[in-house]
Design a protein around this ligand. Structure first.
Ligand SMILES: Nc1nc2c(ncn2[C@@H]2O[C@H](COP(=O)(O)OP(=O)(O)OP(=O)(O)O)[C@@H](O)[C@H]2O)c(=O)[nH]1
Ligand SMILES: [Mg+2]
Ligand SMILES: [Zn+2]
Length: 353
């Protein structure tokens, strides 16, 4: 097969470059990761592969291991082995839950992050802000998608509330995930060559929407609990699927915890930083100081207490995580082990979130 033919085939699975990386190795995209190994797609077929030994070394930053969305070079064999991860165009990550600082890659080489929230008991603007903070550093565009409008009467009010609260220009769509006509507004994010990842709480309707866009019942769907709209963690692994539209969509398990990595800019709250510039004292604590612009904005209703609290929470968390990241990098530079030895499952695969 000529390079042009290979590129043509890889385009079906989201390859964007005009060229192939050198060496003539076979290239494929990671479409799923299981405890037992990876599933790859080369634009023509799906096959299983194992990571090469160097990806399993202790102390290796888990973010450097192959992740769903990656284009990887493969060494043929039975099974084939992933040798090299191609440079990532974009990366969406979060910090893993637990004591030890660790970045966990959610998806790579994506153009859009579809942040899905149910308009039922799942609706939570502070959580959407948290997602958007994580998306900021990824290089991908955030799109807020509100599911289950058919279960809620106050849809317009909730959209208006979000429009006020989120940065201008953030796309917000309310769609019934079960209805193909309704879901078709997302087609602009799923054109041939585009890749998008769906994130959101368990039960938000990620797999329902995936199936609707796919036109088949590929992913399992689970009920939500009546009293709090929570899902049952039905999806347990990330899966990249080719859509009939020509785009690629990654469905993910619902996330329980969404810790910042410390690399966020929190640009989403730039208006609050600008407000604080107007405080009379440069070191204003925004408490009872005279001439505090934040207190004034809270008093005037220009800034809601809820958003202010969320900003403080995310800012402190970002700070704390940035310090942990910094000390981790310092240790790495010093050449000492960066993490305590742990079992083979410790950081390799933490699905189930
Ligand atoms: N009425 C209504 N129900 C929906 C909609 N979207 C999803 N659901 C229902 O919500 C429940 C959860 O859907 P799933 O697609 O399994 O949710 P999920 O986000 O994939 O959940 P996890 O895999 O657990 O993370 C199912 O009962 C769906 O039928 C919608 O737009 N309207
Ligand atoms: Mg699911
Ligand atoms: Zn102040």
């Amino acid at each position: 097969m000529t390079d042009a033919q290979t590129i043509q085939r890889l385009r079906h699975i989201g390859w964007r470059d005009q060229d192939l990386p050198g060496e003539g190795r076979r290239l494929a995209r990671v479409v799923a990761q299981h405890r037992a190994g990876y599933e790859l797609h080369d634009g023509g077929q799906v096959f299983s592969a194992q990571p090469a030994g160097h990806f399993l070394k202790r102390g290796l930053d888990p973010a450097e291991r192959p992740a769903v969305g990656d284009f990887v070079e493969i060494e043929p064999g039975k099974p084939p082995h992933i040798q090299i991860v191609q440079p990532r165009r974009t990366v969406l990550s979060r910090a893993a839950a637990g004591e030890r600082y660790e970045r966990q890659v959610i998806a790579t080489n994506i153009d859009y992050v579809l942040v899905l929230t149910g308009l039922d008991g799942d609706f939570n603007p502070a959580r959407i802000e948290r997602y958007l903070s994580l998306v900021e550093g990824s290089g991908a565009q955030p799109v807020v998608v509100l599911s289950k409008p058919d279960l809620n009467e106050g849809v317009e009010n909730r959209i208006a509330e979000l429009k006020m609260r989120l940065p201008e220009g953030t796309p917000i769509h309310a769609i019934n995930g079960k209805d193909p006509a309704s879901a078709s507004v997302l087609a602009v994010y799923l054109k041939p060559g585009d890749s998008a990842v769906l994130v959101g709480s368990s039960g938000a309707g990620k797999s329902t929407l995936t199936n609707t866009l796919l036109g088949s019942q590929h992913m399992a769907i689970g009920d939500v609990r009546g009293h709090d709209s929570r899902g049952r963690h039905t999806t347990t692994y990330r899966a990249l699927l080719q859509l009939p539209s020509g785009g690629c969509l990654i469905d993910t398990p619902g996330m329980r915890e969404l810790k910042l990595t410390g690399e966020e800019n929190l640009d989403l709250f730039a208006d609050i930083d600008a407000l604080a510039e107007n405080c009379r004292f440069a070191d204003c604590g925004h408490g009872s100081e005279p001439g505090c612009a934040i207190q004034e904005a809270l008093h005037d209703g220009e800034l809601t207490p809820e958003r202010w609290r969320n900003y403080l929470k995310l800012r402190d968390e970002r700070e704390e995580q940035a310090n942990l990241l910094e000390s981790r990098l310092r240790r790495q530079r010093g050449g000492r082990p960066t993490v305590k030895p742990h079992g083979p499952r410790g950081s390799r695969d933490r699905e189930g979130w």
